[in-house]
Design a protein around this ligand. Sequence first.
Ligand SMILES: [Zn+2]
Length: 230
Amino acid sequence: MTPHKPAHTPRPFMLSFDDGPLPRKTDAVLDALSRFRGEDGKPLRAGFFMIGDAPARFLAGRQYFAPYELWWRKGSMRRHPELVARALAEGHMIGNHTVHHVWARWPVYRDMDAVRSEIHGWEAHAEAAGWHPATAPRLFRAPYLLHTPTMTAAATELGYRIVGGQTVGDATPGNGLRAIEQQIRRILNTPDTQPALLIFHDIRPVTAHHLGTLLDRLQHEGHDLRHFSV
Ligand SMILES: [Zn+2]
């Protein structure tokens, strides 16, 4: 019997993590990543789209977060600069995910100044934690991937590159490891010569607990894990 051969080469993938940094969750993700190497054999580099200082209380977040938002316990570079410093020291890249994780469909974010101030507000916390604006790449991912014309225009004007990606479903309520794996397989089974850029959420327990296992399985199936690069 001939062994089963996939019709195409398994698609490579890169990793990104949104909405941190949170103690115990972001640390667990960084611990898991430290076992892996990129295509050049060097410690794997991932992208972390962090939040400057999201409101810690649900009601206080209502002016920023999406009406359907459930996970209001999001990251804060202001409260946890040591996690930002750790990610940078371990070779990862950090990107701008706004200071408050704003929902771009609120009318206020059709205003360029409001968006500029969300982007600048992030920079202040990032700089305080060791991000160097003069040398670091300027990467922007809009919260909820809502790259509206205003979001895109403001970020571009401030020298940022817009970074999309494909969500693995770890922020969907009730999704466990199995659902996330299925979603990743859907993404990676789409033939493409370019690596997929997966979007996880380091603040979600399912990701913090299972990332290492998941990466082991995907590599075992032949999917190359690549350094985050855009
Ligand atoms: Zn987000």
